[in-house]
Design a protein around this ligand. Structure first.
Ligand SMILES: Nc1ncnc2c1ncn2[C@@H]1O[C@H](COP(=O)(O)OP(=O)(O)OP(=O)(O)O)[C@@H](O)[C@H]1O
Ligand SMILES: [Mg+2]
Length: 175
């Protein structure tokens, strides 16, 4: 498998499916995605335990200028990094009701121009899914243990052109 992100067919407008060969490459993809976000935007990350949601977030936060250590905010639910824009990193794993997501007051972060990144983002989808970039990380099975399939998509189309512009830049996310 190549060291860089591989684009998987079929190529569809508004949807990118990639194979990442390593944690470092997933992190580099997080950085590329971080740089294409505007203030007030949302990334919902889904994928099982150890899929690579935090790894992706590490790259995203670092690319926005914070050198803080990024870990899953499993017990704190939300951590804010002093990047530009500020990133609010949320973990919905332990949340059982949508009200608990509502209580995190993420709309305020967004209104203030912050970026919201949510692990176990499915839980926040009823609230934020329509406007979010959705990143789904899965095990491609037949490949090396360190390979991940990463799908980038969105429901609104607001990210469509930016996802298309990302395609020629994927080689930057080398190991
Ligand atoms: N291609 C890859 N992409 C991402 N992580 C990878 C890859 N290959 C191996 N890994 C490893 O898998 C682990 C992913 O852990 P990470 O904390 O990012 O997962 P997570 O989805 O946030 O899990 P959790 O649900 O427990 O928070 C790390 O140890 C990372 O080094
Ligand atoms: Mg995590």
């Amino acid at each position: 498998m190549s060291d860089t992100l591989q684009l998987e067919p079929p190529i569809q407008a508004g949807r990118l499916v990639l194979l990442s060969p390593s944690a470092a490459t997933t992190r580099a993809l997080g950085a590329l995605v971080g740089r294409l976000l505007d203030p007030g935007e949302v990334v919902l990350l889904s994928g099982g335990l150890g899929a690579g949601k935090t790894t992706f977030t590490k790259g995203l936060v670092a690319a926005l200028g914070s050198s803080e250590v990024v870990t899953s905010p499993t017990f704190t639910l939300l951590r804010t990094y002093a990047s530009t824009p500020v990133v609010a990193h949320v973990d919905c794993w332990r949340l059982e009701e949508l009200n608990e997501v509502v209580d995190l007051a993420l709309e305020e972060v967004l209104d203030d121009g912050g970026i919201v990144v949510v692990e176990w983002g499915e839980a926040a989808a009823p609230l934020l899914g329509a406007q979010a970039l959705i990143v789904t990380i899965s095990d491609p099975g037949e490949l090396a243990a360190s390979a991940r399939r990463i799908e980038l998509t969105d429901q609104s189309g607001r990210f469509r052109e930016r996802l298309e512009a990302l395609t020629p830049r994927l080689a930057e996310a080398a190991r």
